[in-house]
Design a protein around this ligand. Structure first.
Ligand code: ADP
Length: 307
């Protein structure tokens, strides 16, 4: 596959700091942990790494602090072949997540402090309008302020760029945003949040997707975990089964792998249903490996799985 048209992704990077311990400390108490792991996170950044590793011409637009975690972000993108359009924000800090994992149960408790990324504004988007207009595919999520996401989708749409909104984390959306989306890619929980309907099967996803189409989305793609994904547009509704690449190790970031893979395929002119299949293969490989950004596969690995 050739590199295709540029993919521009607006979103958030956070440094994931994961502590494993037998239990959480009580207020005022200090306990010893069993292990610590630092890794790159943030939905937008993970999606950019996925697209970049697949060989797509990818640029990630965000704000970072001027600190050690910013260096880590830039190194992560460089290793994945992702270009960055970073607005340095020295009076804030690069986002970080405290992830407590309970030994044994694997349950977690998380604090996310998004830092500089919370300051991404419509004015930032205006300043990067040429970048967005020059894309073939534009992708964003809901981790940064929604007015910035909305402005970026408007600019992309106005320039005929294919737009993808991954509505994660789950939130209620203003009506207008739906009309700016060529593709909306919620998972089951997000689909429930957006529609108020229960979604735990392909048939229920189809009903809910129909409701989202009525709001003005071009094509709804509901990701269904180990049940794959549903592509639903006017006159076309197709279920694509999940693609297994081996035993499942960690599903965190599966949605990010899917979105990055889907954007990469569309940017190469792959038709939507085949792009969903490609995205299922990308996500199918990512869940067989630990971590989020580090679990994203290369194009060769995906092509070998699909061959
Ligand atoms: P999120 O990570 O946002 O919750 P999903 O759980 O819907 O998203 O997963 C996104 C995609 O990842 C699915 O559409 C599917 O292709 C793939 N996937 C998720 N879980 C598995 C699994 N256990 N086996 C194979 N593929 C999976």
């Amino acid at each position: 596959m050739a590199a295709g048209k540029p993919v521009v992704i607006l979103g958030v990077f956070v440094a994931d700091t994961a502590y494993r311990a037998d239990r959480q400390p009580r207020m005022g108490e200090t306990i010893l942990g069993n292990s610590f792991k630092l890794g790159p996170g943030g939905k937008g950044s993970n999606q950019a790494v996925a697209a970049g590793k697949l060989g797509a011409d990818t640029t990630f637009l965000t704000r970072l602090g001027v600190d050690a975690f910013a260096d880590m972000a830039k190194r992560t993108w460089q290793d994945a072949g992702v270009r960055s359009a970073v607005i340095d924000t020295p009076d804030s800090y690069t986002g970080a997540a405290y992830i407590f994992v309970e030994e044994g149960s694997g349950n977690n408790a998380i604090i996310v402090s998004p830092g500089a990324a919370m300051l991404i504004s419509p004015a930032d988007i205006e300043a990067n309008a040429a970048l967005i207009r020059g894309a073939g595919v534009f992708v964003t999520q809901l981790e940064q302020p929604i007015d910035a996401a909305m402005r970026a989708l408007e600019i992309a749409r106005g320039a005929g760029v294919t737009t993808i909104l991954n509505p994660a984390p789950a939130a209620k959306l203003p009506d207008r945003i739906y009309t700016l989306c060529d593709y909306l890619t919620p998972n089951e929980t997000e689909t429930e949040e957006l529609t108020g309907l229960k979604v735990s099967s392909v048939d229920e996803a189809r009903v809910a997707a129909g409701k989202l189409l009525e709001k003005g989305v071009g094509t709804v793609i509901v990701t269904l975990g180990d049940k794959g994904a549903l592509l639903h547009s006017k006159g076309r509704s197709e279920h694509v089964a999940a693609i297994s690449a081996g035993p499942v190790v960690e599903t965190t970031g599966a949605g990010d792998a899917f979105n990055g893979g889907f954007a990469a395929a569309l940017s190469r002119g792959v038709e939507p249903l085949q792009a969903v299949r490609f995205a299922c293969a990308v996500a199918g490989i990512s869940v067989t490996r630990p971590g989020t950004a580090p679990s994203m596969p290369t194009l060769q690995e995906v092509e070998a799985l699909l061959a």
